[in-house]
Design a protein around this ligand. Structure first.
Ligand code: URA
Length: 183
């Protein structure tokens, strides 16, 4: 397994798919490398591509509010995405782009070994939990997979489009925070 330094350098120089040609920055991931809680989104957006930091746009600001509301500090979690480079016009990541990129995330997970991995939205849940994951029915449900506990919540961008989902998000985030407190 590669060290953090080797992994990040490989990711920053990656040309495994065409998204490397249009990226401004590779969005490797940020946060605590000892995190008990890891969030995995879909792919960087415009602001993330510009800054190299995940979840710093409008969706990220909303995620920060939920973290704060349930007493979790952003510095204590690790945040990454399935794709490290921005898809043009924020289209959904293509399966072959996910296949090309997923090894970076797999190694990040193995280096951190978090207690809980939370998928932000359907795309990450379909990739990490199961291909037929249904976010409206299965958000907030905890799954055990290869020694890890995983769950998915609504993507914060979906909450911006449909504020009626915010109540479910708050309740899911409270359950996640409570699970972190258990031994
Ligand atoms: N949406 C994502 O899925 N990831 C980001 O980093 C930003 C927005």
């Amino acid at each position: 397994m590669r060290s953090w330094e080797e992994l990040e350098a490989a990711c920053r120089g990656c040309t495994r798919c065409a998204l490397s040609e249009s990226r401004t920055n590779c969005v490797f991931g940020t946060g605590s490398r000892e995190a008990k809680l890891m969030f995995v989104g879909e792919a960087p957006g415009a602001k993330e591509d510009e800054t190299g930091i995940p979840f710093v746009g409008a969706a990220g600001k909303l995620l920060d509010k939920y973290l704060c509301a349930v007493g979790i500090s952003r510095e204590d979690v690790y945040i990454a995405n399935i794709l490290k480079c921005r898809p043009p016009a924020n289209r959904d990541p293509m399966p072959e782009e996910q296949d090309a990129c997923i090894e970076y995330l797999r190694e990040q997970v193995m280096l951190i070994r978090p207690k809980v991995i939370v998928c932000l939205g359907r795309i990450a849940a379909m990739r990490l939990i199961k291909p037929d994951f249904k976010i409206t029915k299965e958000h907030g449900v905890f799954f055990k997979k290869n020694d890890f506990t995983l769950c998915a919540v609504y993507h914060p961008a979906a909450l911006l489009r449909d504020p009626r989902k915010k109540e479910d998000m708050y309740s899911d985030m409270k359950n996640i925070a409570a699970l972190l407190q258990t031994p």
